[in-house]
Design a protein around this ligand. Structure first.
Ligand code: TRP
Length: 326
């Protein structure tokens, strides 16, 4: 039986952190065994916030190198760059005619991001971005879209868009389902009641690119006691340990935590060690890939071509259905 299709994208906004890795990337790698996977660098989605155009292309290559270094196999999976396939933008324009603006204004992420700016100042790309995301998804007829829960609403909009389109123009687009991972939410090191996120600041995150000394420094400053009785900081560190250390070490610290005899300085050292041991080979593979940018671009061009075939077929079906061609 043919494998079901998976699709997901990641925005190239500079280095990824361990929250991105455990929440998304690690899962993308595992899914390759069971599914036909399409993974893409969502570079068109990276333009609705402030950014440096001088750095954007390097960030695209950097994200691609991170994917491959983390275990995405470009032979088994289709790894491509969104902006290289004009079909994404074309389908988005068409879909925008079946999606009510009210649906866009009520997106939580839009309200949060636009809310920080003076009224009416948010760029239209921010409002429109779920339409583009719906196009990203619907072009490939995926059965599942693995995303974090902050993206649920956007996948739901893609389903709505498929429904509106199909009802108006006839069965064309397939309804995608969200695929949740059971990966834990990795929390900020300095504010462990919040999710680890780049927007909080560099010292809140452990980045995949951080050298060993930086991992040590950040962990040594990580909050263990939040003073609110939640134990969120300590829990976060132990949960990270469970991902990166051997079973015996994890058991030792879990028992010490339960018995309240845990020494956080020791926990932090053990965690520093295990994270650095995990990061070293990944960083080496990544450096290797980035030192041959031409080769990396060839890998992406192969992915673009493979994805392009599927995208072109869907777009051509859509164009026929709406009566723009025969
Ligand atoms: N919006 C997603 C994010 O910010 C990235 C993304 C863009 C995406 N297009 C997608 C994810 C399509 C899944 C499918 O994380």
């Amino acid at each position: 039986m043919a494998k079901s299709t998976i699709l997901s994208g990641i925005r190239p906004t500079g280095g990824l952190h361990l929250g991105n890795y455990l929440g998304a990337l690690q899962n993308f790698v595992k899914l390759q065994d069971e599914y036909q996977c399409f993974y893409f660098i969502a570079d068109l989605h990276a333009l609705n916030e402030s950014f440096d155009p001088q750095k954007k292309y390097a960030q695209v290559l950097d994200t691609a190198a991170t994917f491959i270094a983390a275990g995405i196999d470009p032979k088994r999976s289709t790894l491509f760059v969104q902006s290289h396939l004009p079909e994404h933008a074309q389908l988005a324009v068409i879909l925008s005619n079946v999606i009510p603006v009210g649906y866009l204004f009520r997106m939580t992420q839009y309200k949060e991001k636009a809310g920080k700016q003076a009224q009416g100042n948010a760029n239209a790309g921010l409002l429109y971005y779920p339409v583009l995301m719906a196009a990203d998804i619907l072009l490939y007829h995926p059965t599942f879209v693995p995303v974090g829960d902050d993206q649920d609403q956007h996948v739901e909009l893609a389903r709505d868009a498929a429904g509106f389109f199909n009802r108006r123009f006839g069965e064309t687009l397939v309804f995608p389902k969200t695929l949740h991972t059971n990966a834990p939410r990795v929390m900020s090191l300095l504010d462990p009641n919040k999710k680890m996120s780049k927007t909080l600041g560099g010292d809140h995150c452990l980045n995949l690119d951080d050298p060993p000394e930086e991992i040590r420094r950040k962990l040594s400053r990580a909050v263990t006691d939040t003073g609110d009785g939640s134990g969120a900081g300590a829990k976060n560190l132990i949960s990270l340990l469970a991902h990166f250390a051997d079973a015996k070490t994890v058991q030792r610290f879990s028992e010490a935590a339960a018995a309240k005899t845990i020494r956080y300085s020791e926990l932090k050292l053990a965690l520093t060690d295990s994270i650095n041991r995990f990061l070293a080979p990944l960083q080496e593979r990544k450096a290797q890939l980035l030192s041959h940018p031409k080769k990396l671009e060839e890998i992406l061009a192969t992915g673009d071509a493979r994805a392009g075939k599927v995208a072109a077929k869907t777009l051509s079906d859509v164009l026929k259905k709406v009566g723009l061609c025969r």
